[in-house]
Design a protein around this ligand. Structure first.
Ligand code: CU
Length: 146
């Protein structure tokens, strides 16, 4: 009679999985947290005010960290350079469009800037326009849902 794994084999498999799991952690102190957006409703004035989405963005070598997907509508991107060299930030709607919006100047390490835009539902390409940075990994897609 064959079939079924012995308890010892199962225990060894479980141990192996546990070991793999432990080894996969990031080094301590690297700035790769999960970033989340939040809604704010401007106060003051009269009448209904649209909600604004605050979206945190972090630039580093060579990654762009931000929540994805994010909701359609008015948004403020709070862009922070947490890297060691200057970076930029551009956003292009759709997969092929050549026009883009974004920061007009590069951000020095430690600097931050706000970008106010209206995000339409669909897909955007996000990238750093500095020489070679996108190719090294500073490019990504951003999905915007209705
Ligand atoms: Cu860059």
């Amino acid at each position: 009679m064959t079939g079924g794994r012995s308890p010892l084999v199962l225990a060894l498999i479980a141990l192996a999985l546990l070991t793999i799991g432990c080894g996969a952690g990031r080094p301590q102190g690297t700035p790769f947290p999960t970033l989340t957006y939040k809604y704010v409703t401007p106060t003051g004035g009269t009448g209904a005010r649209p909600t604004i989405t605050i979206i945190p963005v972090r630039l580093t070598e060579y990654r762009i960290l931000m929540p994805d997907p994010v909701p359609e509508g008015s948004a403020i991107l709070r862009i922070e350079n947490v890297g060691k060299i200057p970076h930029g930030f551009r956003l292009a709607r759709g997969l092929y469009s050549r026009s883009s919006v974004g920061l007009t100047e590069e951000l020095e390490p430690g600097a931050s800037a706000e970008l106010r835009i209206f995000l339409h539902s669909g897909q955007y390409r996000v990238y750093c326009p500095l020489d070679g940075h996108a190719e090294k990994g500073m490019k990504r897609y951003l999905r915007v849902f209705e």
